[in-house]
Design a protein around this ligand. Structure first.
Ligand code: SF4
Length: 338
């Protein structure tokens, strides 16, 4: 089976059970509004990212949080406000990703939030450094929560290369956490969470692609994702960009994909830990705040509100005039099939 067929089969398995008439109609209405470039929507977001926290114990040099470049306050999402948001979103959204500019597992209520969303039939995912999967009870709770997918970032096949970027991470601890998670899932005869190992290809680890493939195979993860590196405006991205140009993410606006229209404001919402909605998860320092879903009347009110409508108008007519979107790395190919 080719990788494309494998991915299509996986998506069908993952999203199949999420199809309800309400979600499908909502997504269709979002797509129609996008085609028409309508600015005022009467729908809800179909895909949501929710940031549990922007605290992290690692010090990844390109990351706005790890490098200390992030200017917005640090904190943890209010669990009851998140639960209200989940209840509002769940009938309409296919997926809620618990991800942002911090380590989600530092939030003590993360798995309760995941459980609430999973019980409402939403596909749930968590992106993590894998450094907090320490005890058997940690991994048992993850499997019990109903989490659909976990993406573990492991940018090194050896301790030496891992800690060049994921500073403070310990390779053997991450590997052991993944092993116990997969073993617990097997013992409990569960298919979820599906485990994806993500390897961001950089200068110091580009020679380790064959080695990380072996690591992924030995661990028995469901998927290995080789991702191109993004710098989030860090001053020294060249220090990390791979030497092999084929492994770099194109950054030029001349790239063909720049001419593609951005679908995000018509179907997805990113919510930061304090409830601030931004157009997509690339807006790490809230350059385009679109309202606060914990304070301004909820997700629907923000999504259908004037600030979102105004942003949709601006991105339709003058995307290059929005600094966030001008050199958007998100619309450029980020994944490598190597
Ligand atoms: S930064 Fe990119 S993905 Fe985000 S809203 Fe702008 S164009 Fe879309």
């Amino acid at each position: 089976m080719t990788r494309t067929v494998q991915r299509a089969a996986y998506r069908l398995r993952a999203y199949g059970p999420r199809f309800t008439p309400r979600r499908v109609l909502n997504l269709a209405a979002n797509r129609i509004a996008f085609r028409r470039q309508a600015s005022r929507l009467r729908t809800m977001p179909s895909f949501v990212t929710l940031e549990p926290t922007n605290h992290c114990r690692l010090r990844c040099p390109l990351c706005p949080t790890g490098s200390g470049r992030i200017r917005r306050p640090r904190g943890f999402a209010d669990s009851s406000a998140v639960e209200r948001a989940i209840d509002e979103i769940a009938p309409f959204a296919f997926r809620i990703s618990f991800v942002g500019y911090g380590e989600p597992f530092l939030h003590r209520d993360l798995l309760a939030m995941v459980h609430r969303a999973s019980c409402r039939g939403v596909l749930t995912s968590v992106d993590t450094s894998g450094t907090l999967l320490k005890t058997q009870s940690d991994v048992e709770s993850i499997v019990e929560s109903g989490l659909s997918e976990i993406l573990v970032s492991l940018d090194g096949a050896t301790q030496e290369s891992l800690e060049k970027y994921r500073r403070n991470a310990v390779l053997e601890e991450v590997l052991q956490g993944i092993r116990s998670l997969i073993e617990t899932r097997r013992r409990r005869r569960r298919r979820s969470p599906s485990v994806c190992l993500q390897f961001v290809v950089m200068k110091h680890n580009e020679h380790e692609i064959p080695a990380i493939r072996r690591v992924a195979r030995d661990l028995g993860v469901d998927r290995l994702r080789l991702k191109t590196c993004t710098s989030w405006g860090a001053p020294d991205p060249e220090n990390y960009a791979p030497s092999d140009p084929a492994l770099r993410r194109p950054t030029s606006r001349a790239s063909k994909s720049f001419s593609r229209r951005c679908l995000f404001p018509w179907q997805a919402m990113a919510i930061d830990w304090d409830g601030t909605a931004v157009p997509c998860c690339d807006d790490w320092d809230e350059s385009v705040p679109l309202g606060n879903v914990f304070q301004d009347g909820g997700v629907r009110s923000v999504w259908q509100g004037e600030r979102y409508a105004d942003f949709r108008r601006r991105i339709s007519t003058d995307r290059a005039g929005i600094p966030l979107c001008r050199d958007c790395p998100i619309l450029l190919p980020e994944e490598k099939s190597l």
